[in-house]
Design a binder for this molecule. Structure first.
Ligand code: SF4
Length: 489
């Protein structure tokens, strides 16, 4: 074998083509599946990112906020590039670039110099600080470091500096999101609670949701109800701002004043109960008004539940415009159900989204045959099982907790399905199994504008079923015999 310069390249191993073919066939077998599921100390292609990535997404959801990574430059590049590739937008964040000396002597010097530089260069309204693995492993004391920075006047007195420990060897990007959101709200609401005051607003918490279309749809629904709402944290402008020729470092985000006043809200509603468990537990202790946690409103039943809860919290009827939208969604599902009914799916993703996919598929008469979460709790497993048990289409479906995409590959090769729902990382197994992958999760690197197409609410149900059914129809057109190539499908 020669490279592009014509020089001979020696293979790293001397595996013969026959042996390669044998192993390639073997990894599709039941025998290999059993060995694959027996592995304990190795994860291959997990369905999650590390905590700080979620912390960064959360930080971007607040006005004028600069995400600040205490840790390695390379880690910060990973979070930024992942967010940039998904949204195709810049993800401005800074790092104090700890290296070997920081690992030996501690990262306080890096943090202090980084804070001074970040304030001088980028003039943020808030610095949201979180950690990569390195300072967590050596046990950097962020509380003391930031207190010392303040006592040395390295940051302006009135600049909020919420911080969260986001060790990547625990939890996922979803946990990091939760930790950062709790830290930001605790900082911004400090001393803002006023006895007897009520903003009259809804505090709305979407949880880790990287679909800007979802945020816009939530806001459209609140407008239809006439409910004033503060979205905590709102990334819709940050990662989907208009291209008008002017670069803005901090487009959009939840106003810091509004976020501070959210403690006096009329009601607080999270639709990411798994993604915001810590934040919501704290809110229930501290925030005025009513508190409610609902599943992400995907599909008809969950959207109904969401709208009825809004109606109850604000004592307003469900607007006619949303009732009509429900009717259109039901009509669209009825028109399309023949293309999805009985089709088997493998689904994977973050807990709140996963529950939404399963619920939506069951409503369509489809079968979520393999349901996989790479870091999920017993609570999630129970909720998934209850969903499956409540439907005839859930019979025989299996839940795979704390498994990765290499496990899922074995599953779809030995116990086939018609399609996969997840994020871009599943494209390899979908190609091997020769089945379509529907990219509704995070991240999506290899398709455009997926993050602009909502998957929540009635419109989200229409969007999902349209994409899925049309793909199945495409496949039929592409593969059917000539005599079955029809105008009507
Ligand atoms: S897992 Fe740790 S080392 Fe890897 S990118 Fe995340 S923070 Fe950095």
């Amino acid at each position: 074998m020669a490279n592009s310069l014509g020089l001979k390249v020696l293979p790293v191993t001397t595996t013969s083509p026959e042996e390669e073919a044998r192993v390639a066939a073997w990894i599709d077998t039941q025998e290999y599946r059993e060995k694959n599921f027996a592995r304990q100390a190795l994860v291959v292609n997990p369905v999650h990112a590390c905590q700080p990535l979620g912390a960064e997404l959360c930080a971007h959801g607040f006005e004028g906020t600069l995400p600040f990574v205490h840790g390695s430059q390379g880690c910060a590049s990973y979070y930024r590039s992942t967010l940039s590739r998904h949204f195709r937008e810049p993800a401005p964040a800074v790092s104090d670039a700890m290296t070997e000396d920081g690992a030996v002597f501690g990262g306080q010097a890096n943090l202090h110099e980084g804070l001074e530089n970040a304030v001088a260069l980028y003039k943020p309204k808030m610095l949201a600080i979180f950690t990569s693995c390195m300072p967590e492993v050596i046990g950097d004391d962020l509380t003391a470091f930031i207190r010392n920075a303040r006592s040395k006047n390295l940051v302006p007195r009135d600049l909020p500096t919420p911080y969260a420990n986001t060790p990547s060897f625990k939890g996922t990007h979803v946990t990091g999101y939760d930790n950062m959101l709790a830290a930001i709200l605790q900082t911004l609401t400090e001393g803002k609670k006023v006895e007897g005051r009520c903003t009259g607003k809804l505090n709305f918490i979407p949880g880790f949701d990287a679909n800007t279309g979802n945020y816009r749809d939530y806001k459209r629904i609140f407008e239809a109800f006439g409910i004033p709402a503060t979205v905590l944290a709102d990334i819709s402008e940050t990662f989907d701002s208009p291209n008008d020729g002017t670069y803005r470092l901090y487009p959009g985000g939840t106003s810091l004043v509004e976020a501070g006043d959210s403690v006096n809200g009329k009601a607080t509603l999270t639709v990411g109960p798994h993604a915001t468990a810590k934040t919501f537990a704290w809110i229930k202790e501290q925030y005025a008004g009513k508190h409610a946690a609902l599943p992400m409103p995907m599909g008809i039943a969950r959207t109904d539940e969401f709208l009825l809860k809004l109606s109850e919290l604000f004592d307003r009827p469900v607007p006619d415009v949303l009732k009509a939208e429900r009717g259109r969604a039901v009509d669209a599902m009825t028109d399309a159900q023949q293309y999805m009914h009985g089709k088997k799916f493998a689904v994977y993703g973050d807990p709140d989204q996963l529950l939404g996919y399963v619920s939506f598929l069951l409503e369509m008469g489809a079968v979520p045959w393999h349901v996989l979460c790479s870091r999920g709790s017993k609570k999630l497993e129970k909720e998934l099982q209850a969903l499956l048990d409540a439907s005839a289409y859930g019979k025989g479906c299996q839940i795979w907790m704390n498994r990765d995409l290499w496990h899922l590959r074995s599953l779809v090769m030995t116990d086939p399905v018609d399609a996969v729902i997840g994020d871009t990382h599943g494209k390899f197994l979908a190609r091997d199994a020769r089945i379509p992958l529907f990219r509704f999760g995070f991240p999506v690197f290899d398709r455009v504008n997926k993050h602009r197409s909502p998957i929540i609410g009635y419109q989200g149900a229409i969007n999902m079923l349209t994409e899925i059914c049309n793909k199945f129809i495409d496949l039929k057109d592409d593969t059917c015999e000539e005599r079955f190539f029809e105008m009507m499908r």
